[in-house]
Design a protein around this ligand. Structure first.
Ligand code: FA5
Length: 332
C-alpha cells in the first residue's frame, strides 16, 4: 500500500491551515476524505493484500481517516466561529446611536404663564398663597357675602361634590375662597396672590374651559383706595405684556367687592378682552374674617390665567391649551 499516513496528515494539516473560509475547508475535506482522495485510493488496494496484512492496513486506514476527520473538523469549527463573529459585528446595531438631538421638554404654557405671574407679583412685594380645590359653601360663597338666597350663586355654575348636606361641598368656582382663608389666618397688612385651578359647569368653547386657572390678588392695609387697585393692575399688565398692552376698568358687580369693576386688556386689533374682576373688599367680607373695616381697607382681583396665556401667545382658541397636541405645545 503506497500510503504514508504521516505525510498525508501533515499535508492535510497544512491545507487546513491555509483554508480561511468555510468553502475552502469544505473543498479541502473533499480532497482528503472524498472518493477521489488518497485514502479512498488506498482502500481500493486493500483487496490485493493477504488477510493478515489487510486487517492491519485496514485498521491503519481507519485510524488515519479518523485523525484526518478530527483535524479538518477542528479547523472548520475555528472558521465557523470566526465567520459568525464577523457576521455579528457586521449586523450590530448601536442602540445608543441617535440621528436627532434629544428633545428636552418644557413647562406647559399655562404653567409658564402662572410662574411668570407669580414672579411679577413677588417682584411687587406679594406673597404666594394656596387653598384647596374642594371647598365648602362657607369659603366659596357665604364668607364672600354670597348667602344661600343670593342670585349670584346661580351665576357661578358650580360643580357640587356629593358630600354632607346637598350643595354644601363643591369644586371651587373661583380662587376667591383663598382670600377668606388668608384673612382668617393672617393679620393685616396682607399682600398675596393665589393661583390655582377652578371649575365650573361651563361647556368648552373658544374662550371657556370647564376646568381653568385663576389668580387671585388680595391686599389689606391702611388707607388702601381704588386708585391703588387701578395702579396695581396697570403695573402688572405692563410688567407681564410689555408697554403696548393697556388695561381699563369697567363698573361691574360682585357681592364680595364694593365698588366692583371688571378689567379688560387691549388686543392688537384695538378690541378689548375681559380678563377678570376686581374691587374694594366689601366690609362684610372683612368682618366675616374678624378684620375691622374702620381700620383696614382692601382691594382684590381675580382673573383667568388660561385667557392670559391665550392673549400672550396669540392663540385662536383656549381649547388648544388642553388638547395635549405635542406639535402645538412644542412651539412655546
Ligand atoms: C370671578 O371669578 C371673581 N371671583 C373675580 C373677582 C375676584 C372679582 C376678586 C372681584 C374680586 P368671574 O366669574 O368674572 O369672576 O371670573 C373671572 C375670570 O375668570 C374671567 O374674567 C375669565 O378670565 C376667567 N374665567 C371665568 N370662567 C372661565 C372659563 N370657563 N374658562 C376660562 N376662563 C374663565
Amino acid at each position: 500500500m503506497d500510503l504514508n499516513p504521516q505525510d498525508l496528515l501533515a499535508e492535510a494539516a497544512a491545507a487546513a491551515d491555509a483554508a480561511t473560509t468555510l468553502d475552502q475547508i469544505q473543498a479541502v475535506t473533499g480532497q482528503f476524505l472524498g472518493k477521489k482522495g488518497q485514502l479512498s485510493e488506498a482502500k481500493k488496494q486493500l483487496g490485493a493484500l493477504d488477510p493478515e496484512a489487510r486487517k492491519a492496513a485496514g485498521q491503519e486506514l481507519n485510524e488515519t481517516r479518523q485523525r484526518l476527520q478530527d483535524l479538518l473538523d477542528a479547523r472548520r469549527l475555528v472558521l465557523q466561529s470566526a465567520e459568525r463573529a464577523a457576521q455579528l459585528e457586521g449586523e450590530r446595531l448601536d442602540l445608543t446611536e441617535r440621528l436627532t438631538e434629544l428633545q428636552r421638554g418644557h413647562l406647559h404654557l399655562v404653567t409658564q404663564a402662572r410662574d411668570r405671574l407669580e414672579d411679577v407679583f413677588v417682584g411687587m412685594g406679594y406673597h404666594v398663597a394656596e387653598g384647596p380645590e374642594v371647598e365648602t359653601a362657607w369659603y366659596n360663597f357665604e364668607a364672600l357675602n354670597i348667602p344661600e338666597w343670593h342670585p349670584a350663586r346661580g351665576s357661578f355654575d358650580t360643580i357640587f361634590v356629593e358630600m354632607g348636606e346637598p350643595e354644601s361641598v363643591m369644586l371651587r368656582s373661583h380662587t376667591s375662597p383663598v382670600q377668606i382663608r388668608t384673612m382668617e389666618n393672617q393679620e393685616p397688612p396682607i399682600y398675596i396672590v393665589a393661583p390655582g385651578r377652578t371649575f365650573r359647569t361651563d361647556t368648552a368653547d373658544a374662550t371657556h374651559l370647564p376646568a381653568f386657572n385663576q389668580i387671585e390678588g388680595l391686599v389689606v392695609d391702611r388707607g388702601v383706595t381704588m386708585g391703588d387697585l387701578a395702579g396695581t393692575i396697570d403695573a402688572f399688565v405692563k410688567a407681564f405684556f410689555g408697554g403696548e398692552v393697556k388695561s381699563r376698568l369697567r363698573p361691574s358687580y360682585f357681592p364680595f367687592t364694593e365698588p366692583s369693576a371688571e378689567f379688560d386688556i387691549s388686543r392688537a386689533d384695538g378690541s378689548w378682552l375681559e380678563l377678570g374682576g376686581c374691587g374694594m373688599v366689601h366690609p362684610n367680607v372683612l368682618r366675616n374674617c374678624g378684620i375691622d373695616p374702620d381700620i383696614w381697607q382692601g382691594f382684590a382681583f381675580g382673573f383667568g390665567i388660561d385667557r392670559l396665556a391665550v392673549m400672550r401667545y396669540q392663540l385662536d382658541d383656549i381649547r388648544e391649551l388642553v388638547n395635549n397636541d405635542v406639535r402645538f405645545l412644542r412651539q412655546f
